[in-house]
Design a protein around this ligand. Structure first.
Ligand code: DAH
Length: 340
């Protein structure tokens, strides 16, 4: 009787195992057949009630069946595992020949871009690029530029003072003094850099901004040289031939001193909102180096002279890229920076 049951169980058990389509199904079949409460376990419970000679026989058959089913289970399990692996490999196929995504490219700050372009231009014209310290001596920032103590020109630039006769430079002009000391004559230098003024911040004013200083000293330098270099520089910046004009301007370290304007690039001089209907837009301060400045740095003004200029790099970047609020430039906002 029991033997018959065992034969049936072998047939149905093997079928269940071999037809299991997934690992879960197979596991259920295993529990059902070979588990602690499974079919085989139920049958072995009946063994003690059998007559001894039959008990041995049925016990033997039971063991054989258990081994058969276990082997079938292991085989099916291996098959299913391999199948699953194959399916997964198909699903998760990776094209190793595709180029990698790579790091996200960064970009240079708009002021840095304008600055580097100008450095390259001036280097190509024989100028040296200098950088001076942002914490300067009062002497270099003012006195050596012909702005003595008590001179009203000091009030034109609201200064952040530091202890011990130092200050945050209010312009890049003190690098002129360092250039005259370091470079020897004749000299051609530019000095880009960060400057600081104690200003109320609004859309047009920052306490921290950038300038580019320039200076050329040689024999017989004239306003004609100044005009030539300024025109070359501005044409390069705006990628077109520009028309410039000089107006008298007061800076203690130059004589004569000028404000230099460019004919409005938007309206060509007829007048428009960008140039506030003037037809010209103010670009920089410049002039012929004051004899006192040369003399204070040990240069004989009867033998040498030169021109100097100071350009607002921040303002230039704003005009070139149409940035309408100076505060964007130091916001650190990536939405702004990623546009350049
Ligand atoms: N240092 C001046 C300023 O910040 C700009 C300037 C004017 C620089 C005339 C010069 C110059 O070298 O010749 O307002």
């Amino acid at each position: 009787m029991l033997r018959h049951t065992l034969e049936e169980l072998q047939v149905s058990g093997l079928e269940k195992i071999q037809q299991a389509a997934t690992r879960d199904e197979l596991e259920r079949a295993r529990v059902e057949l070979l588990g602690r409460k499974g079919s085989l376990a139920q049958i072995s419970k009946q063994l003690p009630s059998l007559p001894p000679e039959e008990r041995a026989q049925v016990g033997y058959l039971l063991n054989t069946l258990k081994e058969t089913l276990e082997r079938a289970y292991q085989e099916r399990k291996a098959q299913l595992e391999e199948l699953e692996l194959r399916q997964r490999l198909e699903r998760e196929w990776v094209d190793l020949t595709l180029p990698a995504a790579g790091p996200r490219p960064g970009s240079l700050h708009p002021i840095t871009q304008v600055q580097q372009e100008l450095e390259d231009l001036f280097i190509s014209m024989g100028f040296t690029v200098l950088s001076g310290p942002e914490v300067e001596t009062e002497y270099n920032n003012f006195d050596a530029l012909n702005i003595p103590p008590e001179h009203p020109a000091r009030d034109m630039q609201d200064t952040f003072w530091v202890e011990g006769g130092f200050l945050l430079r209010t312009h890049t002009s003190p690098v002129q003094i360092r250039g005259m000391q370091q470079l020897g004559l004749p000299l051609r230098m530019v000095a880009p850099g960060r400057v600081f003024r104690n200003e109320e911040v609004d859309a047009a004013h920052e306490h921290t901004f950038y300038q580019l200083e320039g200076m050329m000293i040689d024999r017989d330098v004239s306003v004609a040289h100044l005009i030539y270099f300024m025109k070359t520089m501005l044409s390069a910046i705006y990628h077109q031939e520009v028309t410039i004009r000089l107006r008298p301007g007061y800076f203690p370290f130059v004589e004569p001193g000028f404000e230099l304007d460019v004919r409005c690039l938007i309206c060509g001089g007829r007048g428009c909102p960008v140039c506030k209907y003037v037809g010209w837009s103010e670009q920089l301060g410049c002039g012929l180096v004051h004899p006192n400045v040369l003399r204070m740095s040990g240069i004989d003004p009867d033998e040498w002279n030169g021109f100097a200029f100071g350009l607002g790099l921040t303002r230039l970047a704003m005009m070139r890229y149409g940035i309408d609020d100076i505060r964007w430039l130091q916001s650190g906002d990536l939405r702004f920076l990623q546009q350049f």
